[in-house]
Design a protein around this ligand. Sequence first.
Ligand code: 5GP
Length: 185
Amino acid sequence: MSKGKLFVISGASGVGKSTVLAQVMAKREDLLFSVSATTRQMRPGEIDGVSYYFISKDEFQQMIRREEFVEYDAHMDNWYGTPRAQLEEKLNRANVILDIEPNGAFAVKKARPDAVLVFIAPPSLEELERRLRSRGDTDEEQIKLRSARVAWEMEQSKRYDHIVVNDQVEACAESLLKIIAQVAD
Ligand code: 5GP
């Protein structure tokens, strides 16, 4: 039995998930972040080994062959996966947060039924589209693609243990902290 509890958080880009997670992690030192491996390009401000392990498609394939992932999935032309050894090592020390999309979340739940799945939802699809547009860095075709993906993710949210609506970051972080406290304290 591992020492820590496992929390799996999903939510579409534009939903403010990373801001919420940053607030939650700042308030609980017993939470460790599981660092995924990805083949996507590093974005400004990201740090290799902290945000993600940025690896090549070849390296990713090798990790799949060596069965080094708890789960992995393709998302928007890139691969993302949760490295098994790192997750187990962290769970032996503390509680762990995974930030992964629904296919990965369900795979984790299958492997570890005690994992707690939390979905962070936008107030509405219209609001999410508005947020994506207001960033100003996404073209119309991308917005349509992402909205379709979000609609699918919202459909999957029914299978989560908890759904938290991100109307306001602070309130959303508080709700998430309550869920974590219920399970971990
Ligand atoms: P981004 O490229 O914006 O950082 O992440 C895109 C999506 O990939 C997000 O929904 C994020 O939760 C998901 N993701 C990140 N790491 C993993 C992972 O290890 N496995 C899976 N299945 N999804 C992941």
